[in-house]
Design a protein around this ligand. Sequence first.
Ligand SMILES: [Zn+2]
Length: 145
Amino acid sequence: MADGNKDSRRRFGRRGRGRSGQRDGERVAAKAGQAEPAEEAKSALADQPPVVCSICEKQIFDLSSALAGRDGGQPVHFDCALAQAAVGENLEPSERVAYIGRGAFAVVEYRDKSMTAFTVKRRIQWEKEGEKFDWRKSIQHRMGL
Ligand SMILES: [Zn+2]
């Protein structure tokens, strides 16, 4: 008889656990339901049309490093902007075009071979200073900036 009692207790225990397990299942389902809007938002971002560079017409995967194009401010690859900024600049062997920040490139002259010290010889303003671009605002928003 003693064994039988143990068994029934065990069964009760199991049944109790089973019930709480069901409740857990319901809670998980409720949580999953709440998570749905976030999943939708994510797929909405993925469904956005690819951003195409207006210089080389290839897709820009990393908008955070893109610059605004000179015509209309649409995003362009950083490298494309750099190459275009250098067009028409007759560079001396010691000169390079480098990004100096705030939407501007510059022809710089390196003072030594380590290329750490340089002088800005000519500033090439690329993006209009202080201009805000919607595509950049949206990427900054997405990155939580
Ligand atoms: Zn490009």
